[in-house]
Design a protein around this ligand. Sequence first.
Ligand SMILES: [Ca+2]
Ligand SMILES: [Ca+2]
Ligand SMILES: [Ca+2]
Ligand SMILES: [Ca+2]
Length: 499
Amino acid sequence: MFRVIAFIALSAHVLAAPLQVRVATFNCSLNRPTQEQLPADLATTANVQAQKVAEILQRVRPDVVLLNEFDVDPTSNPFRVLAMNRFHANYLAVSQSGLAPLNYPYRYAAISNTGVPTGAASTNGGDFDNNGAVVSSYSDTATTAQKDLYGNDCFGFGWFPGQYSFVVYSKYPIQTAAIRSFRLFKWKDLPGHVMPPGYYTSGEQDIFRLSSKNHVDIPIEVKPGQVFHLLASHPTPPAFDSSEDRNGRRNHDEIRLWKEYISNAPFLYDDDGVFGGLSSANGEQRFVILGDMNADPLDGDSFNGAINQLRNHSLVNAGPNPASPGGAEQGPLLGGANLNDIGAHANDTAYFSPGTGNLRVDHVLPSKAGFSVADSGVFWPASTDPLYGLLFLSASYTQGNQITDHRLVWMDLILTPVLSQCVRNLAAERQGADVVLKWGSQAGVTYRVERSADLVQWSDQPAIPIVVNGATSMAIATDPGAGSTTGRFYRVVATLGAD
Ligand SMILES: [Ca+2]
Ligand SMILES: [Ca+2]
Ligand SMILES: [Ca+2]
Ligand SMILES: [Ca+2]
């Protein structure tokens, strides 16, 4: 008798240099009051805020980065990608303070629900803030308050379509055809949603989109066959509402959308009308949920611990706690709500008012499958650090003078094989004098077969030759002359390397 088991080698077994990616999220506040302003600001190399955002990125040097609060004009190309490409050409690809430029050949600009009027008539329900009017436009001379009333009645808050959207820059190819977005998914279609009771009319519920910006699965191919799903979003802040807590509840369910997505919930439908989430065998997929989630695991005014829907999910690795010296320093200095915070100040990612306190709201949450975490951090220098000034527009180091109220969070992820993807339908049989093992293989993975007589001592010597057919994704290993052997066990060891 012989038996076959599949076995995954983790980092300790990796022979080649580990395949490692640095993934980051940064709410960089590159948003403006009008649709034309951000592309105009980025048309030169002289915008101080953009320079400092770029310098932070050139210091951290992520391989893949999500930038939240980056205006995206939805109308059409070239306008849709104009600001994104100008930020790349005039800031990222330009040396800041003598640092090496960055080059991201692959980019994605998200269409957003922000600032998009519903088109609903008053009688049909489109008064999302219940102020008694559906505000679907404003004049050139409108006040901030009037623009806010417009924003409140849009599918997501914004003064114009695409304000506060997001972009992704990647050194690795984006599998564009496989991108899935959930901008149109309706809140009412989330079973067990926590929509505020009695707040929205039935007509409003019929049109209300769950995502305040967008929820996008962006597959990124680090090497042929080795993909991870970047799950990017920016759930609405739980603030700017009343006792009904409509924004806190929406934030909760926007985060829940990802919980359901990685659980492959059948009721989800994407913007192309395709149902289901991230399909997987054995619940294994390689993904990174990231973004300004506007939810702190322990503090702030989240509805029902919103982010813990993900942090406590069995498929998510919430073990790493990215930290910074600046966060540790500034919480106690700012005082206010910080003094009552439960979470460690060092894990904060946003510098808010004393009333709100500094919060840990920006997250990078990798899957347990397919990754091991090498390192992580928050870019928030202490005030004694020469880099502290990068956080401010000028030498005035005040809260109102920040380039953004959020901090960049990064994580170094070593890719490990996903068992259900790289060893499929493993089988063995006697063929004449030999034992032949077959399995469905995956590009980018290196295999070897080991033998054992007792499941304790394993050896790959003498080597068992393996033939991998890339066209059919089949691997065949032959143990010559083993056909008459009894009491022999085999295991397949899969490794991922950088080359
Ligand atoms: Ca209403
Ligand atoms: Ca209204
Ligand atoms: Ca609230
Ligand atoms: Ca805090």
